[in-house]
Design a protein around this ligand. Structure first.
Ligand SMILES: Cc1cc2nc3c(=O)[nH]c(=O)nc-3n(C[C@H](O)[C@H](O)[C@H](O)COP(=O)(O)OP(=O)(O)OC[C@H]3O[C@@H](n4cnc5c(N)ncnc54)[C@H](O)[C@@H]3O)c2cc1C
Length: 389
């Protein structure tokens, strides 16, 4: 991937059609969801700029795409609960197909993590989440390949499961475009000029536009985008996560399994079209890039399957991929107007929960942009101002 550079570029002359109310940089799930919620509030003057040939090419298109309404970071849990409501009951006509398949999530825990997880269950139930605690025996009878030596107990979320990320992404875009939002792919933002405190000129590989709001929805590149307007108050770290797919072992019916995550030993696996997928839950920090799986991590995945669920060790890998999950130091998202550059809005740091939280984050961001506030949650834990206060 080329580094942004304006050297030698001659931007197209600005004309009247180059003025926008809102420019969104990046068309992953974050940018698409904000375009949808702004358009729902009758903002049609939106331009979405995406460097790649198609939306969702990076983290969004590589995710495991599950809804898991359990999280140790309180603000992420709150956003997941809000996101889950939308995914289960989207507005009428929003999508052609269901967004959520309630295939279930089963998480096993050991030691102090198990205590922490158990303490969260009453609060989850109070919030309306369907959640059951399973003993070692109950867990093994449901998923016969796990071994009780590796966990003390499990939490089952039977109403959670796989999100149709393609359907979600394209439904956001379909409605936003229907209401006037424009999407331009293969157009990279190279430079941003701040002018008269609130207005920006955004210079791309194809031209120059003026906008009142500039939204930083650039995923792993978000910190780089912020640096285009000055030193960034927020440090974001992209971390690679790898997934492999393989055939299920002969004689084992896996299609009705939930996604099974062993948080204490860092492995998850789940049914996937013709077979199974697995991830070693790797978190290697790296510079923003078109992430690829590396052989060592793939080998570690097989090794971990061998240790924890030897029956699942594949004869051959049918596919593998990797993507970047981007985190702020405190693991919470970064959503809100920049504390220094007015009109520059962060929609970043979605980490490992950007798909499931997108209906909540998009709506919250649209409220902050249009009304300067939101009633949905206390946004202080996700505000970029927390890094300068
Ligand atoms: C293996 C894996 C498993 C995951 N599992 C889950 C899960 O189960 N549930 C869940 O909710 N989330 C999951 N995630 C996380 C989720 O995928 C991300 O949080 C989410 O996709 C982030 O979306 P985004 O729009 O911020 O970023 P992206 O999808 O990366 O989009 C950012 C876009 O900005 C564009 N861009 C960058 N710079 C420029 C520029 N200068 N000009 C124009 N365009 C630019 C990029 O090309 C890119 O398309 C997973 C991620 C991975 C990698």
């Amino acid at each position: 991937m080329n580094e942004p550079s304006v050297k030698g570029k001659q931007p197209r002359v600005v004309d009247n059609t180059s003025n926008f109310e809102t420019i969104i940089i990046g068309c992953g799930i974050a940018g698409a969801s904000l375009a949808y919620f702004l358009a729902e509030r009758d903002v049609s003057d939106i331009l979405i700029l995406e460097r790649e040939e198609q939306p969702g090419y990076h983290a969004t298109g590589r995710s495991a795409a599950v809804l898991v309404e359990l999280d140790l970071v309180p603000s992420i849990l709150e956003l997941k609960l809000l996101g889950g409501q939308f995914l289960r009951n989207p507005p009428s006509g929003f999508s052609d197909n269901p967004l959520l398949q309630k295939s279930g999530i089963l998480i096993t825990f050991q030691g102090p993590l198990w205590e922490q997880a158990r303490q969260m269950v009453p609060g989850l139930k109070q919030s309306g989440v369907a959640v059951n605690i399973l003993s070692q025996e109950e867990t093994v009878s449901m998923i016969p390949v796990v071994s009780p030596e590796n966990f003390d107990g499990a939490v089952l979320l039977p109403e959670d499961g796989h999100i149709d990320v393609n359907e979600l992404l394209w439904s956001y875009l379909k409605h936003a475009r229907h209401r006037g939002a424009q999407l331009r792919c293969q157009e990279e933002v190279l430079s941003i000029r701040v002018d008269r405190e609130r207005c920006f000129n955004v210079i791309t590989s194809a031209g120059e536009y003026r906008s009142r709001w500039v939204i930083n929805a650039a995923g792993a590149w978000a910190e780089k985008i912020r640096r285009l307007v000055g030193p960034s108050p927020v440090q974001l770290t992209p971390r690679r996560r790898t997934i492999i797919t393989f055939a299920a072992p002969d004689g084992l019916y896996v299609k009705n399994w939930p996604l099974v995550a062993d948080l204490s030993n860092a492995l998850y696996f789940s049914p996937e079209s013709a077979g199974l997928m697995a991830s070693p839950m790797d978190e290697d920090p790296m510079a923003p890039c078109d992430a690829r799986p590396d052989e060592l991590t793939v080998a570690q995945t097989i090794e971990r399957l061998n240790q924890l669920t030897p029956r699942l060790v594949p004869k051959a890998i049918t596919n593998k991929w990797a993507g970047l999950r981007t985190f702020a130091p405190d693991q919470a998202m970064v959503v809100g107007e920049d504390p220094v550059v007015k009109g520059f809005f962060w929609l970043s740091g979605q980490g490992g929960a950007g798909i499931e939280t997108s209906p909540a984050v998009g709506r919250i961001a649209s409220g902050l942009i249009l009304d300067g506030r939101t009633r949905l949650m206390d946004v202080r834990p996700i505000s970029p101002a927390r890094f300068t206060d």
